[in-house]
Write a protein that binds this ligand. Structure first.
Ligand code: SAM
Ligand code: FES
Length: 383
């Protein structure tokens, strides 16, 4: 531990124990804190890594000075790789039917109050057409693990999307499968796959999922997707029930090891019809800080400012962009089903038509000095 840090700890401990009544941060302490943060941020930006203790310190810190330093470096790094460009992905939530029962998720099979829907193949393709005409370079197909959508059906949809619009990228977010199925979908033309690892800690995974779901299987899926050649997205919720700062350190270590091309993180938000309904939502500021940290450990990754962030804070997605994110995923699903794909309470963007959504996103992106970019928006090493 460095000398400065030792002294800071000592002063903080004194404050924590109330030894001196109301010792508040002095000017000197503040300067020392700022210097210490600057050192940590410098190390993170230069090496793309920190010790576990340093990651923990960053996660536990509540000083906004650190957030500002991190965000500033994160923006510089994202601009080095992607300039001022923000990529929009057209999200098609094609089914809210799911065979899984993840405890946190509003569309889990055990939620009897969820009004289920499934788009037809034609409806999905129509969403793709609308998205293409609006200028989206990527269509994301996301859904619960709905047994109706077999590998054959999904492959057919992907092939047809690519046949109609040869210059788009197709991203899948359709859950766990076997390696040969992932391979067949890749061969059909899928380019990217989002599969959040949810947590890199086995025990924590067991608290978020029923025993029928396997930590190993999810991890193996991510490895298989990487090996097949997808641009892969991993990620986790911030503030999920039972999550400890140490779990987040493990998540960062896992991301460093997997080196995914995309990382999806967003705050956990409770859903009233789940076992986790009484747990508090995750923190917006910690999510923003981790967006910056992820930008610095994986400098060229594609990093969405998520809808969950926008749900907890009206300016959440703009703040996400300013923290280092470079992707936004507006909704392309037909408006009559949007309100039924409720993973959590109070989800935003469930009313507007796709065209209105895209204009709204453009305005938001421009309001923070960035611009919506055309094209597929591939990871820089895959362009
Ligand atoms: N079935 C696919 C899968 O398992 O990857 C895709 C759909 S799944 C609903 C997409 C992501 O939503 C999950 O990976 C999870 O991180 C996130 N999610 C689910 N419930 C959530 C909640 N209550 N708050 C925030 N995010 C949630
Ligand atoms: Fe399957 Fe949430 S439990 S999508």
């Amino acid at each position: 531990m460095c000398e400065t840090k030792g002294l800071l700890h000592f002063l903080r401990e004194l404050r924590g124990q109330g030894i001196s009544g109301c010792i508040t941060a002095t000017k000197e302490e503040k300067t020392m804190d700022d210097k210490h943060y600057a050192k940590i941020v410098e190390k993170l930006a230069e090496t793309g890594d920190l010790s576990d203790a340093e990651f923990l310190e960053v996660i536990n810190c509540t000083d906004t000075e650190l957030d500002e330093l991190l965000a500033e470096r994160a923006r510089a790094v994202r601009e080095r790789y992607y300039g001022k460009d923000v990529y929009l992905r057209g999200l098609v939530e094609y089914s809210n039917i799911c065979k899984n029962n993840c405890y946190y998720c509003g569309i889990r099979r055990g939620n009897k109050n969820c009004e289920r829907y499934r788009l037809t193949k034609e409806q999905i393709l129509e969403c793709g057409d609308i998205g293409y005409d609006l200028g989206f370079g990527t269509i994301v197909l996301q859904g619960g693990e709905d047994p109706f959508f077999t590998v054959d059906i999904m492959a057919e949809i992907i092939r047809e999307l690519k046949k109609r619009h040869s210059d788009i990228a197709v991203t899948l977010s359709i859950g766990e499968m076997e390696r040969e199925d992932y391979q067949r979908l890749f061969d059909a033309g899928a380019d990217r796959f989002l599969l959040r690892h949810e947590t890199a800690d086995r025990e924590h995974y067991g608290l978020l999922h029923p025993t029928e779901m396997s930590f190993e299987h999810r991890m193996n899926c991510l490895k298989a997707l990487k090996e097949i050649g997808y641009q892969v997205g991993a990620g986790m919720m911030i503030g999920s029930p039972f999550q400890k700062p140490e779990h987040l350190v493990k998540d960062l270590r896992f991301l460093l090891e997997l080196k995914p091309e995309m990382v999806g993180i967003g705050p956990f938000i409770p859903h009233h019809d789940t076992e986790f309904k009484d747990f508090p939502a995750g923190s917006v500021s910690l999510t923003l800080r981790l967006l910056s940290v992820i930008r610095l450990i994986l400098p060229d990754c594609l990093l969405p400012a998520t809808t969950a962030l926008g749900t907890l804070d009206p300016k959440g997605r703009e703040k996400g962009l300013l923290a280092g994110a470079n992707v936004i995923m507006p909704n392309l699903s037909p408006t009559d089903v949007r309100g039924k794909y409720l993973l959590y309470d109070n989800k935003i963007c469930t009313g507007e038509e796709a065209a209105e959504c895209i204009r709204c996103m453009e305005r938001r992106v421009e309001s923070v000095g960035y611009k919506v970019a055309g094209g597929r928006g591939d990871h820089i090493k895959r362009t």
